[in-house]
Design a protein around this ligand. Sequence first.
Ligand SMILES: [Zn+2]
Ligand SMILES: [Zn+2]
Length: 254
Amino acid sequence: MIHRGLALLQGLARPFMLDEARCAGCGLVAQAGPGRQSSLCPDCRLALAPQEVAACPGCGQRQDAQPEVLQQPSALCAACRQSPRPWGRLVSFGAYEGRLRELILAYKFQGRLGVGRQLQECLASAFERQAHVFPELAACELVVPVPLHVRRLAWRGFNQSRELAKLLARRRGLPIRQEALMRVRRTVPQMELGRSERAENIRGAFAGAPKFLAGRTALLVDDIMTTGSTLEECSRMMRAAGAAQVHVLVLARA
Ligand SMILES: [Zn+2]
Ligand SMILES: [Zn+2]
């Protein structure tokens, strides 16, 4: 009887204790300590904290220069100066590596929604920080998530780019217009292809809608940028549909 009573007590206490001790990011037991501000473990807290790394405002490539130097609109990298990207500014929260990469994958493929809330915050705060440096970002009138093909959407159940953009859109009072950019052709997942194959694979996969884009400045949002060929194709199609300008916001850049 005593054992059963103890087991029952432990059983009652367990869910509560686990809730308290689990990291909202990785799901591992967080190291509780005095002054612990959030339910994130130290590694996740570090991965999701704002990163003060100098990056090219055209492509997001990290640069060695001091952040003060790069916070000048002209500080494009050599590649972007030579062949400008088909968008105005690119904002990236962080590098697609380490714990941040693990968290994005957990969100995308396991649908870990607690992680999603944290990532939404990362995306929103990255945009706000850059909007102080590049006032043209404040001209964005609508948010356009990179669309998934309808069959991929059915399989995954959600478009991660759209979900990630929600907090930013709410704070800025911007509409999310998925209809502004449609996926008209199914493609092989880009991650299965090499660099040169990606641009070919994605060509003609999207169509912009002038009804939503003509004369407007749009913010194109995606979770991960690898070579940038998907974003370039999307941006071109949006400009072809009459968008006055397209800026890009991604959570992580490979
Ligand atoms: Zn964690
Ligand atoms: Zn660049």
